[in-house]
Design a protein around this ligand. Sequence first.
Ligand code: TYD
Length: 206
Amino acid sequence: MVLITLEGIDGSGKSTLNASLQHALLDLAPVFTREPGATWIGEQVRRAIADEVDPVTEALLFAADHAAHLDSVIRPALAAGKHVISDRYADSRYAYQWATLEGVLPDPLTWLRQVHDGWTVPPDHTLLLVLPVEVALSRKKLAGKREHFEEASLLARVQENYLRLAGEEPSRFVVVDAEMEEGELASFSERLIREWCGSSRSHRRR
Ligand code: TYD
């Protein structure tokens, strides 16, 4: 079983991609999940995002949600031999909270990694959607109300952080051009995920 994560800035098209994958990968029956999660802890996190709590509180809430997510979804699914696809995961913390904690803590990334150290489950593969920040924001504008993360300068730093993380672990990350046409992006991602899961449609048909 493999743990696959989808990452990217707001407006990168993760949700649309995720919806297509849920349909396309039905035969693999992976567990689709997300962070912030669906537990009551995830609800508190969403409330914190809306209320704009201080960045350390916010980072720890996201980390608490991750712990609950691991306990209630990720570990049981992997233990049951299922593939897991998570829309956002620890790299969201490393990319977003690295940016929001800049100037608050001396070395945010090291701190964030220490917070996760010893209990998180590292992903096997990560699909990182990358696109110009203005394009991402124009998509969000069309979609309506913005959260405080959805500002150009912050998203630019977040995307830079994502790319730094990908540069550190090139064997885990696949960086994808999120401006690719929607269907093309979905079929490219589907192929990649099938490869990662050691299964392909043609192989299964034989
Ligand atoms: P989400 O609901 O996934 O937003 P979207 O559907 O736009 O991707 O996440 C809400 C916001 O929370 C989003 O701006 C990313 C941010 N976020 C963090 O800052 N840190 C985290 O650890 C996670 C999981 C999300």
